[in-house]
Design a binder for this molecule. Structure first.
Ligand SMILES: [Fe+2]
Ligand SMILES: [Fe+2]
Length: 343
């Protein structure tokens, strides 16, 4: 909830979670209050009863397609990059629609309610912690060439500061400012956990696991634009996509490090190239080393678990099943209603 001077207002996730399908429709549902919505994009459309806007709106956890009505007197047009205070209507079939009463810039919103933008904007809450953890992880790399490469790219004074600002995807997972660094760190943690328990531990290179986990999606920092948090493809993102961009960035830096072993470079680049696992999913080569296999599966797992969480966060709190997911080709079980007695 966003705390105002005299009142509290729900965000999109709270409205969706509070929805009860028994009543089928929700209008200013939470305590009859208006809600706050971040407007990601807005496109004016001519309808049979006058113009309206097709928008993408949301909060820090969720974004959805919605209609914004403007044909009544006193209603404001949506402004991408702004936060709308609006009456809202949610219904299961048609989704959410708004009537905007006031638009706040991000600065105005923060001045109105300190800390509110953390609930409204897609930004990871703990980027400084992520940065510190990435630095600590880099320090554990014993191979001097790989450690130097990591420091030069994503260390404290590394050349890739955007690594800590970029999202990890447009929509599906970690679609947040800082999401790329968070996802890469997660992959490193999963991969290290598997390394630790693997019967093949002695045949797995821990240094490669850390370096490749942290760098596998590096190209994403150039793949998505961050204007108004829309996370659209950049021109270079469209033309090359993140695997090719990442390989280019990493290889260029390798070339600047005297004596970087050629085979080590190939093993690292192989993991970046193969992390999507199959040619049909964008990898030009399938995983051919233990490290590459581990990182491919950890990457997939972290992306899927994050998408799972975002689906659950938009599910009404009483519902056992999420909405249909294209990634999972089905609805997911939330287990919300399970009690100790049942389990
Ligand atoms: Fe990727
Ligand atoms: Fe990834």
């Amino acid at each position: 909830m966003i705390k105002g001077k005299h009142d509290e207002y729900p965000t999109l996730s709270e409205i969706l979670q509070a929805f009860n399908s028994l009543f089928n429709k929700v209008e200013n549902f939470l305590n009859s209050k208006q809600g706050f919505f971040f407007i990601f994009s807005a496109k004016k459309t001519e309808g049979s009863r006058g113009p309206y806007y097709d928008c993408t709106l949301g909060d820090s956890k969720k974004r959805v397609e919605a209609k914004v009505w403007i044909s009544e007197p006193g209603l404001l047009e949506p402004r991408p990059g702004y936060i709308a205070l609006a009456d809202y209507l949610y219904d299961e079939k048609f989704g959410i629609s708004l009537k905007i009463k006031k638009n706040f810039s991000i600065e105005e919103m923060e001045a109105y309610s300190a800390g509110s933008t953390a609930q409204l904007l897609p930004i990871i809450p703990d980027i400084e912690k992520v940065k510190a953890e990435v630095s600590e992880m880099i320090e554990t790399v014993e191979n001097a060439f790989l450690r130097k490469l990591l420091e030069r790219l994503i260390g404290n004074n590394g050349s890739c500061g955007e690594f800590f600002e970029a999202p990890a995807a447009k929509v599906y997972h970690h679609a947040l400012i800082g999401g790329l660094a968070k996802h890469s760190l997660n992959v490193a943690k999963y991969a290290l956990a598997i390394y630790e328990i693997s019967p093949s531990k002695d045949s797995i290179d821990r240094n490669l696991i850390v370096a490749a986990s942290l760098l596998h999606d590096l190209g994403k920092m150039k793949t998505y634009s961050r204007d108004d948090y829309s996370f659209d493809y950049t021109d270079i993102g469209q033309l090359e996509d993140h695997i090719a961009i990442g390989v280019r960035l990493i290889d260029r830096e390798i070339g600047a490090i005297d004596g970087f072993p050629e085979l080590l470079a190939s093993e690292l680049l192989h993991i970046v190239l193969s992390h999507h696992g199959e040619l049909q999913f964008g990898s030009p080569v399938a995983p051919k080393t233990r490290e590459a296999l581990i990182i491919h599966h950890c990457d997939n797992l972290d992306a899927k678990l994050d998408h799972f969480d975002s689906l659950v966060s938009g599910t009404p709190s009483g519902d056992l099943w999420t909405e249909f997911s294209r990634m999972f080709q089905g609805r997911l079980y939330t287990g919300n209603l399970r009690t100790d007695k049942d389990s």
